[in-house]
Write a protein that binds this ligand. Structure first.
Ligand code: UP5
Ligand code: MG
Length: 195
């Protein structure tokens, strides 16, 4: 008998909402593979920005806090997923960013089994990113790019969440709380919806 396809969870939310933090916890708890789309793009841009025109342009886009081209992003995700040997599940951090990407993912990859939206106040998002900016050196954790990321998120979030709501795939959680409280809700959701 053929193996069932891995369960696919998408984690969406504003910049600093805890997508990375919570995705890693899910991966650990459920033995899922972890795919960070932002990380994929950042790695690729660092490797290729000096030698390749397309990637030097993308590096500029990401460093400014704007979205990379949709087709490039989908291609990177596809390549990454194809390299995963076998997994009971895959948790994808930070994708999709808008309805166009959601449609394209469904069209080219699969319909997700669950989408988790980490809802967080603007104030909290800002605080967390500013704090992280002091500790780490992510190229897009500068004040201007943080502003762009927040603005882009606000523009795209409502239609994106609505899109997944209409399909009955999304669960919205209050991500203003402690890491552990948020994860408690996430694991209850995963247990309920996927097992
Ligand atoms: N923290 C986390 N949870 C906390 C909690 N509950 N209480 C207190 N503190 C908490 O967390 C951020 C910080 O807050 C950390 O210091 C953490 O310890 C603390 P994190 O888990 O990193 O949040 P996350 O939502 O992952 O924040 P991130 O900054 O990574 O979000 P972005 O959406 O900005 O970043 P991402 O890497 O997903 O995308 C970056 C860029 O890539 C985009 O701007 C875009 O240019 C590009 N991109 C695309 O173009 N297309 C895509 O599909 C995806 C990315
Ligand atoms: Mg992240």
């Amino acid at each position: 008998p053929s193996r069932p396809r891995p369960k696919v969870i998408l984690i969406i939310g504003g910049p600093g909402s805890g997508k990375g933090t919570q995705s890693l916890k899910i991966a650990e708890r459920y033995g899922f593979e972890y795919v960070s789309v932002g990380e994929l793009l950042r790695k690729k841009m660092i490797h290729n920005a000096t030698s390749n025109r397309k990637w030097s342009l993308i590096a500029r886009i990401i460093t400014n806090g704007e979205l990379a081209p949709q087709e490039t992003t989908i291609t990177e995700i596809k390549q990454k997923i194809m390299k995963i040997p076998e997994a009971s599940g895959i948790v994808i951090d930070g994708f999709p960013r808008d309805v166009g990407q959601a449609l394209s993912f469904e069209d080219q990859i699969c319909t997700p089994d669950l989408v988790v939206f980490l809802a967080c106040s603007n104030q909290r998002l800002k605080e967390r990113l500013e704090k992280r900016a002091e500790l780490q050196g992510r190229p897009d954790d500068n004040p201007k790019a943080i502003d762009r990321r927040l603005t882009n998120f606000k523009q795209n979030a409502v239609p994106l969440v609505k899109y997944f709501q209409e399909k009955g795939l999304i669960v919205t959680l209050d991500a203003d709380r402690d890491e552990e409280e948020v994860f408690c809700d996430i694991s209850m959701t995963v247990d309920n919806k996927l097992y």
